[in-house]
Design a protein around this ligand. Structure first.
Ligand code: MRU
Length: 371
C-alpha cells in the first residue's frame, strides 16, 4: 500500500494490454523465441552478439572459464545479460568442483571480467552465498542462477509496463547504446517501454545513437527494432543536439550501475546526451531493474569505470566474405586512443528512474524505498 502511494505505481491491468499480449515472449528471431542467454545441462548458451547483425549464431560455453571469457570479450554484453551469464558461470563453477577454494577463485575470476556492470556482482554473490553452505551445493547454485534469469526477464517486462505509460502515441524517442532484449534475458530495460507501447497500439519512432566505439546502437538496437517492426533511424553520435533541437519527445537509456543518490553510469556518451536533453527540455529517463542499483556507491564518483582497449577506437571490425570478423585499422599507425566504456550522468539531469517497482525520482530517499 505504502509503495502504491509513494511511487507512481500503475496496475498492469489498467495499462490496456491483454494477459496474452503481456506474456507474449518478445525476442523472436526468424519466428522462434530466444532468450539472450540460457543454460542447457552444464553448458551456458548465448546469442553471439559479436556477430550481430550480420550473423545469428549461438555460442556454447562448457566451463565457468569459457563463460567468463565470453563476458569479457563481449560475446554477451549489457548489464542484465552479463549478470545472468555471471550467475550461470558461478553455477558452472559449483558443478565443476565442491572445493570451496576453487569456487572462490572462480568467483574472483568471473568478477574480474567487467567492472562496471552491477548486475554481475549481484549475481555472483547471490549464487555463491546461497550455495556455499548448502547440503546440495550444485542443485542450489543451479536453482539460484535460473531464478536470477527468470527474475531478470520478469523485471524487464514490468519496466516495459510502467515505462509505456510515459509514451504518447506518435512519440519520437532517442536512445543510446543497447538496453534491449540483448542486454538482458528478454524484453530489455530502455527498449521495453517502447515494445510495450507498440503492443498498446501506439506509434513510436526511435532515434538510435550509433554508439561509438562498439556501435551497440547501430548493430544491436537497430536489429532489435527491425525484428519488432518499429520505425527508427540510426543517427551519428554527434547528431543528438541537432535532432533534439528539432523536437524529440523523450530520451530513454539503460544503466550499468546506479548510485544511492541516483547518479547513473551508462555507456560513454550518455552524460553528454543528458546535458543536451536538459538544454532542449527533453525528459531524460533511465530504465533499469533494482538489481542495477548499488547503494554501497553513495554517489557516481564511487562507481568504477571500465577502461577498454584503444583498439576499439582506432579500428573497426567487419564481417569478411569468408564469414570471419576482420579488424580494419582507421587511425594513423602511431596515434593512440583513450577508451572509457562508461560515463556517469549526475542525478540532476535525470527526470526519472523506471524500475520494476515503479517510476521514482533519482534521489536518495526514493531510491532507498526501492530496496
Ligand atoms: O559495454 P556494454 O555493451 O556491456 O554496455 C552496456 C550497455 O549496453 C549500455 O551501457 C546500456 O545502456 C546499459 S546495459 C542494460
Amino acid at each position: 500500500m505504502l509503495l502504491q502511494q509513494y511511487f507512481e505505481v500503475r496496475s498492469p491491468q489498467k495499462l490496456g494490454v491483454s494477459e496474452a499480449k503481456r506474456d507474449e515472449c518478445l525476442m523472436q528471431v526468424n519466428g522462434k523465441h530466444y532468450r539472450t542467454v540460457w543454460m542447457e545441462g552444464s553448458a551456458v548458451k548465448m546469442i553471439n552478439q559479436l556477430l550481430l547483425p550480420h550473423k545469428f549464431e549461438i555460442a556454447a560455453l562448457a566451463t565457468h572459464k569459457d563463460t567468463a571469457a565470453a563476458i569479457k570479450n563481449m560475446t554477451v554484453r549489457g548489464a542484465g545479460a552479463i549478470g545472468v551469464s555471471a550467475g550461470y558461470a558461478m553455477a558452472q563453477a559449483f558443478l565443476e568442483s565442491s572445493d570451496l577454494e576453487y569456487i572462490e577463485n572462480a568467483k574472483k575470476h568471473i568478477e574480474s571480467t567487467r567492472p562496471t556492470a552491477q548486475n554481475l556482482f549481484y549475481a555472483t554473490n547471490r549464487v555463491f552465498n546461497a550455495a556455499k553452505n548448502s547440503a546440495k551445493q550444485k542443485e542450489t547454485a543451479m536453482f539460484q542462477a535460473q531464478k536470477i534469469a527468470d527474475e531478470d526477464a520478469e523485471n524487464c517486462r514490468k519496466i516495459g509496463e510502467y515505462g509505456s505509460a510515459l509514451i504518447k502515441d506518435g512519440a519520437k524517442i532517442e536512445t543510446h547504446c543497447n538496453a534491449g532484449w540483448l542486454a538482458f534475458c528478454d524484453w530489455g530495460s530502455a527498449l521495453a517501454p517502447i515494445y510495450f507501447a507498440k503492443r498498446q497500439g501506439k506509434k513510436v519512432f526511435v532515434y538510435v545513437d550509433e554508439t561509438r566505439p562498439r556501435l551497440q546502437g547501430m548493430f544491436l538496437t537497430s536489429w532489435e527494432l527491425l525484428n519488432e517492426g518499429i520505425e527508427h533511424r540510426i543517427i551519428p553520435d554527434n547528431a543528438g543536439a541537432y535532432f533534439m533541437s528539432q523536437g524529440i519527445d523523450m530520451m530513454i537509456v539503460g544503466a550499468d550501475r546506479i548510485a544511492a543518490n541516483g547518479d547513473t553510469a551508462n555507456k560513454i556518451g550518455t552524460f553528454e546526451k543528458a546535458i543536451v536533453a536538459r538544454e532542449f527540455g527533453v525528459p531524460f529517463y533511465i530504465a533499469a531493474p533494482t538489481t542495477t542499483f548499488d547503494l554501497k556507491c553513495k554517489t557516481g564518483k564511487d562507481i568504477p569505470i571500465e577502461e577498454r582497449s584503444e583498439d576499439e577506437v582506432l579500428s573497426v571490425s567487419e564481417l569478411a566474405d569468408d564469414g570471419i570478423m576482420k579488424k580494419v585499422m582507421l587511425a594513423p599507425q602511431n596515434s593512440h586512443a583513450l577508451n572509457p566504456a562508461f560515463d556517469v550522468t549526475p542525478a540532476k539531469y535525470i527526470t526519472g528512474l523506471i524500475t520494476e517497482k515503479g517510476i521514482v525520482k533519482p534521489n536518495t530517499v526514493e531510491i532507498k524505498r526501492l530496496s
